[in-house]
Design a protein around this ligand. Structure first.
Ligand SMILES: *[C@@H]1O[C@H](CO)[C@@H](O)[C@H](O)[C@H]1NC(C)=O
Ligand SMILES: *[C@@H]1O[C@H](CO)[C@@H](O)[C@H](O)[C@H]1NC(C)=O
Ligand SMILES: *[C@@H]1O[C@H](CO)[C@@H](O)[C@H](O)[C@H]1NC(C)=O
Length: 369
């Protein structure tokens, strides 16, 4: 992931979910090989959610290409920086965040496979979706409401600073980061699945759900269709069926689903994290040859906050994900260390046993020029 400084682009205003259909999982016997990738980084116009902006593309595409690897592979990546900026791959620069001491937790859209649209909610639409934690945060400043991008306003986020942290300064944050929602109607990603007339077998799809977003957590659900989770982070698990799956930054689940009634089914991705009401979707367009496709809209299992719409919705619990075949746990313990991990004042700073990593990437020179 290539992230420019926020003073140059609001690329990071997009949260991304990547969804690859029909990916094969590596078998344990796959040969260990050296895989080579050539990546060219460019700075171009793009409008993945309908708002044109400057963004980094990798090999001419946004999001960049999937680099498929098997655990244990050797990897050789050659990066050509054809952008006008000195750039570091996987370098997160947060100029405004650093100056304001406020995490810029306001995004424009959630994209699925690089596509999505900007939705703007009127305050009457926001009201029923405001969660209790959000209400409590808003009540820290009398009279505050969500912005028109459905974000907690910067002055409310500023109240989250711990005593001893640098003093938050909402005034250095450009207004348009949290306000000025402009709805778009950009096309959603559509995965077309066709069952042939003479196919008497059941029709199944397999999806890889990859959370390439960083600062949100989300629930993912396919309307009307239960998902059977068969792998977590590339490792098989005992299959579990659920209607809604929680997805945190970097997580990957492989799911399979049986399609029966020809219809367009909405795949929903709804952020559950507090700072913002944010949701996105894509379409599984299921057609059966010689059968009419239902025009009824598909019925959602979850709402825009990832909350179940009926009591029958089973939410996958990651703790149920037992590895298959069972992972062998060593029976003899050599040493036990207790480590507590927490966030240290900012979402991109982590601490082990209360000791933040003493490193800041903010002053490091970009590696590629
Ligand atoms: C990129 O880095 C080089 C070497 O550090 C420097 O001379 C140059 O001015 C930088 N270019 C930009 C656009 O920042
Ligand atoms: C908030 O503002 C209202 C109206 O101005 C006032 O009546 C109320 O006492 C205030 N509450 C707090 C906690 O400041
Ligand atoms: C969501 O699920 C819970 C647990 O099954 C249930 O108590 C609740 O009523 C459901 N919500 C709705 C809106 O049906």
């Amino acid at each position: 992931m290539v992230v420019p400084s926020l003073t140059k682009a609001f690329l990071w205003s997009n949260a991304l979910l990547s969804l690859a259909s029909a990916l094969t999982l590596p078998s344990p016997n796959d040969l260990i090989t050296t895989k080579k990738f050539e990546l060219t980084v460019t700075w171009e116009k793009g409008a993945p959610d309908g708002v044109e902006r400057d963004l980094f593309k990798v090999n001419g595409q946004f999001p960049g290409p999937v680099l498929e690897l098997t655990e244990g592979d050797s990897v050789e990546i050659n990066v050509k920086n054809r952008s006008p900026f000195n750039t570091t791959i996987h370098y997160h620069a947060w100029d405004i965040s650093e100056k304001s001491h406020i995490d810029l937790l306001c995004f424009d859209s959630i994209l699925v496979n690089g596509k999505g649209k900007v939705d703007c909610l009127a305050s009457t639409q926001q009201a029923p979706l405001v969660t209790r934690p959000q209400q409590q945060l808003l009540s820290r400043i009398n009279g505050s409401t969500l912005t028109d991008k459905s974000c907690l306003p910067p002055n409310v986020l500023a109240t989250l600073a711990n005593a001893g942290d640098a003093k938050p300064d909402p005034s250095v944050i450009p207004r348009e980061i949290f306000n000025g929602c402009k709805a778009t109607n950009a096309p959603l990603d559509v995965i077309k699945v066709v069952k042939s007339k003479n196919c008497e077998e059941d029709k199944w799809i397999m999806l890889d759900l990859i959370a390439t977003f960083s600062m949100i957590e989300a629930q993912v659900s396919l309307d009307e269709i239960p998902l059977t989770i068969i792998a977590a982070d590339g490792n098989y698990i005992e299959p579990k069926t659920a209607q809604s799956i929680p997805l945190a930054a970097g997580q990957r689940y492989t799911v399979i689903a049986k399609l029966e009634k020809p219809k367009k089914y909405t795949l929903r991705v709804s952020a559950t994290s507090d700072p913002q009401i944010l949701f996105g979707s894509s379409i599984i367009d299921f057609q059966v040859e010689a059968q009419e496709q239902s025009l009824e809209p598909s019925v959602a299992y979850i709402n825009e906050r990832g909350v179940n719409t009926t009591s029958g919705v089973v939410v996958f619990s990651p703790a149920q994900g037992k590895s298959f075949p069972p992972a062998v746990i060593p029976q003899v313990v050599d040493a036990t260390y207790k480590v507590v991990m927490k966030q240290a004042g900012a979402l991109d700073r982590w601490a082990f046993n209360s000791t933040p990593r003493p490193e800041s990437t903010g002053t490091r020179v970009a590696m590629l020029d």
